[in-house]
Write a protein that binds this ligand. Sequence first.
Ligand SMILES: C[S@@+](CC[C@H](N)C(=O)[O-])C[C@H]1O[C@@H](n2cnc3c(N)ncnc32)[C@H](O)[C@@H]1O
Length: 204
Amino acid sequence: MSDLKNRLAMERRLERRQRRREEYHRGLRPMAIAAWNITKEHNVGSLVRTAHAAAAAEVVLVGERDWNVEAAKTAELYTTVTQLPDIEAFRTHLESRRWNLVAVELDERAVNVFDAEYPERPCFLLGAELAGVPAELLDDAELVVQIPQWGLVPSLNLAIAGSIVLYDYLAKLHGQGSLNRPDGGLVDQNAGEPEGGDDVDHKG
Ligand SMILES: C[S@@+](CC[C@H](N)C(=O)[O-])C[C@H]1O[C@@H](n2cnc3c(N)ncnc32)[C@H](O)[C@@H]1O
């Protein structure tokens, strides 16, 4: 291919990417996912990837930690990740964005996820790998939700727990007939290709 053709092809790719990014941003849902003081970086990547897939408006990381983009599989390029240093900053952020706090935790005041009725504009908060969600944030939460387990290991991986609850919320919106674009990205049997594009990493 000539230089000119290469350049034109590149420009078209960039324009397509920009259009898809704008379209994605227009379709963001009023929900967020937050994590308290995560220590394992790949868990942050996994949460960002789920938040991105579900079209959550943002991921909020509370606590001073670096995180690894690897597990996010490019999702971090499109999903807003807000880092906040402490609980006070988190509370201020929740208020300014009008998020309603939903703690995801194994706790005696928690309701079973199957019975959960979520508030509007939920911000789902996951706890740290070892210490869980701090007591003061459990106190702040409008709802505490837990995922039943039948195994002998006492808890789920936090990114998995976050993903289950986020999609439970979407499933309930769908059940009420209020989820827009319910079939986003599903493989179309006629077309045979998932939605996505040349800048999206489908693997991993
Ligand atoms: C590995 S767990 C924390 C460990 C837990 N504190 C313990 O005593 O073993 C990390 C986080 O994942 C979430 N989590 C894990 N399993 C859960 C479940 N069954 N229901 C709700 N949240 C869960 C919570 O947010 C929790 O703080």
